[in-house]
Structure formats: C-alpha cells, structure tokens
Design a protein around this ligand. Structure first.
Ligand code: NAD
Ligand code: DAU
Length: 349
C-alpha cells in the first residue's frame, strides 16, 4: 500500500484534498499531518476520520526532529505539502511566524524527503502547493503564466516565494522529484472567516459592518475549492516532474462587485429585503502593500491534463453560502476564542 503524506489537511483546502484522496484512493494510506493552529480544525474532516486508509498526526512541520522521525517511521511514497500560514493580514502583523512555517517548515519536509528517497527517487513525488501571490501584482491587463517573474509584495507571498525557490533548488541540486502549483483565490465550505468571502458571510449573518479595504477596486480570480482539489489530484498523479502549473478560475472579480453579488445572495437566503446587506458595506483603511490584481493563465494545466473549473461562480457562491447557513455551529466554534481577539485588533482598533 502506498503511503502519502498530506500536510495542512485540517485547514481549508487541505481538508478537501484529504477527503478526495481518502475516498478516491482506498489502496493508498493517507497521513494527514497538521499542527492544528487557529486555522486547523478536525471538524473539517470529521466525516472521514474513521476511514481504514486514514491516519491523523498532530505535529509541527517546524520541528525537524519530529519530521525526520515521522519520515523514518512511515517511509512515505509521496508528499502533498499544503500546511502554511496563509493570511496576508496576519503576515503583516507577524512576518516571522510565516518564515518559520512557510520557509523553515518546507525546508524540513524537503530535507526529510531528500534523505529518505536518496537513490530511490523513481515513483516518488514532492508536491508543493503554492499561490499566485508570488508573482506580485498585475496592472489592468495581462495574466500570470508559469514563466512570469516572481515579485512578491507581502511577507506571506515572500515566504511562499522563498519556499517555491527551495523546492525548485532541491530538484535541480539533489534530483528531488517535485512539482509545484500556483493557484488563485479559493472559496467554498470550511474557509476560515478571516478571508474576504467567509468573513463577509459571517458579518452579514450577524448584521456587522463589511470592511472593504481601500476603494474596493482590487481584483481577484476566484476558484471553487473542490475544483482546486481536482486539479491537485491530477497534478499529483499525472503532472510532469520538475514542472510548475498555474491553476485559476477564469473568474476575475473586483472586490466591490463580488461583495455586492454576495450581499444579494445573502438577502435572498436570509429572507431580507433587497439592498439590506449592501447597507453594511463600509470602506476602511487599505491593506499595506495591497496587490491590485491577480489573474491566472491556466492554459498549461488545461492543455496537458485536461483540467478546467466545473463550477460557475454563481453556483459555487450559492453552495458556499448554503454551507455556512447550514453549519452555524462550525462558524460559532471557529469564531470564538482567539478569533475574537484577532478581529478586534484587525478591524476595531
Ligand atoms: P489554511 O490557513 O486554511 O490551513 C493551513 C493549515 O496548515 C491549517 O490546518 C494549519 O493548522 C496547518 N498548519 C499551519 N502551520 C503549521 C505547522 N507549522 N505545522 C503543521 N501544520 C500547520 O490554508 P489554506 O487556505 O487551506 O491554504 C493551504 C495551502 O494552499 C497554503 O500553502 C496556501 O499558501 C495555499 N494556497 C491557498 C489559497 C487560498 O485561496 N486559500 C490559494 C492558493 C494557494
Ligand atoms: O491568491 C491566492 C491567495 O488568496 C492565497 O495565497 C492566500 O492564502 C489567500 O488568503 C488569498 O489571499 P488574498 O489576500 O487575496 O485573500 P483575502 O480573502 O484576504 O482578500 C481578498 C481581497 O479582499 C483582497 O483584495 C483584500 C480584500 N479584503 C480582505 C479582507 C479580509 C477586504 O477588502 N476586506 C477584508 O476584510
């Protein structure tokens, strides 16, 4: 039985990837390694926790001794690395924790994989899941391709760019079989409500202000999380070694237009009069170093692996809203405790 390590599998995207792998590959044993930070939540994957081909391991990728022991014990055949500090605003407040997890943590996994697979690289794969933010910001025109130069602007994107470079360097220097994907903004069920869409859904439910940064004209390319999980599955199994693939939604929205669309859906779902939620929109001070626009050219993964998004934005957003309205307990659990302190510091100081 092949053994696959997935890191960050209790987080937003990781939980969808872990579920997909556990359910689709009964002949593989899936190990989900997660430190359960504020962003990690075992409730996200409660439905598969008893599957015979699944093991959860609580641990920190920054701890090299622990990581080396884990690799020695299990002799993994493949790694899908999603664990990260992922929120740009938090990286502005505490950049060092992003360096620790995103750079040192990735290094520890690379070292362990390199040492374990030395001389037996055939059939092994280190898959590093990264972001389009490493490319920096686009102007009004153009798309990020796999050859766009790295130009990160936030401590988060700088830490992800750094980890991407180390993955590539381990491929070139030590022959580590790797693949990297750089994906655009995900949305969907289990998204932690510090990020735009789930934050605003939660605030609308609670009749709280919707803090739009700057003039709201920043643009993101949104992808439904389950479509990202499908792409990750394809790249892990069929992507070419030492290659990068961009993944995106073909779905650009200015923040303010997205927020208005969301407000309309929420009014309808909550039985509120049209225009009620829009009244909550409040323009607040901008994010420092705010990237104007991200947009992905996903033609390489489309041509090579036949991937394209299956869900329209309207369908995905409606499914997302329904999920949050049907999972109020989940929302309550993740927004109690540490989240309340974060929220106060970020928005009410
Ligand atoms: P998330 O913040 O929801 O989840 C991150 C997970 O990693 C959590 O479960 C957390 O507990 C775990 N983790 C954090 N630090 C750890 C550590 N030191 N050791 C072990 N586990 C740790 O993140 P996400 O949005 O699901 O993103 C997953 C990956 O995808 C990240 O690498 C991110 O950079 C990348 N990505 C995210 C998006 C997006 O829109 N969310 C888009 C492109 C790429
Ligand atoms: O592009 C991929 C990236 O997308 C991932 O690598 C990151 O992990 C993920 O967090 C996301 O980064 P963004 O910074 O684009 O996502 P966020 O949801 O924080 O913000 C989306 C846009 O909305 C951005 O222009 C900032 C704006 N925004 C965000 C928040 C939280 C607001 O206007 N108000 C807010 O309160």
């Amino acid at each position: 039985m092949k053994k696959i390590l997935i890191t960050g599998g209790a987080g937003f995207i990781g939980s969808h990837v872990v579920r997909r792998f556990v359910q689709n590959y009964p002949n593989c044993h899936i190990f989900n390694l997660d430190a359960l930070t504020y962003a990690g939540n075992l409730e996200n994957i409660a439905d598969i926790e008893r599957a015979p081909n699944y093991t959860f391991v609580k641990g920190d990728i920054v701890d090299d001794t622990f990581i080396n022991q884990l690799f020695e014990e299990h002799q993994f055949d493949g790694v899908l690395h999603l664990a990260a500090e992922s929120h740009v605003d938090r990286s502005i407040e505490d950049p060092l924790s992003f360096v620790k997890t995103n750079v040192i943590g990735t290094m520890n996994l690379l070292n362990a994989a390199k040492n374990q697979w030395k001389g037996q690289e055939a059939g092994k794969r280190f898959y590093h899941i990264s972001t389009d933010e490493v490319y920096g910001s686009l102007g009004a025109e153009g798309l990020f391709t796999e050859t766009t130069s790295y130009d990160p602007n936030s401590p988060y994107s700088a830490s992800k760019a750094s980890s991407d470079h180390f993955v590539r360097a381990y491929g070139e220097t030590y022959g580590l079989p790797y693949v990297i994907t750089n994906c655009s903004n995900n949305y969907g069920p289990n998204h932690f409500p510090e990020k735009l869409i789930p934050l605003f859904i939660n605030n609308i439910i609670n009749n709280k202000a919707l803090p739009v940064y700057g003039d709201g004209k920043y643009t993101r390319d949104w992808l439904f999380v389950e479509d990202h999980a499908v792409a990750i599955d394809l790249v892990f199994h069929q992507g070419r070694n030492h290659e990068t693939y961009n993944i995106g939604g073909f779905n650009e929205w200015q923040n303010i237009d997205l927020v208005k669309l969301l407000c309309g859906i929420m009014d309808q779902k909550l039985g509120r009069a049209t225009g009620t939620s829009e009244k909550l929109i409040s323009y607040v001070k901008d994010r420092p170093g705010h990237d104007l626009r991200y947009a992905i050219d996903a033609s390489k993964i489309n041509k090579e692996l036949g991937w394209k998004p299956s869900v329209t934005f309207e369908q995905g957003l409606e499914r997302t809203v329904d999920w949050y309205l049907n999972n109020e307990e989940w929302l309550k659990h993740v927004t109690s405790g540490e989240y309340a302190k974060y929220y106060e510091k970020q928005y009410e100081a």
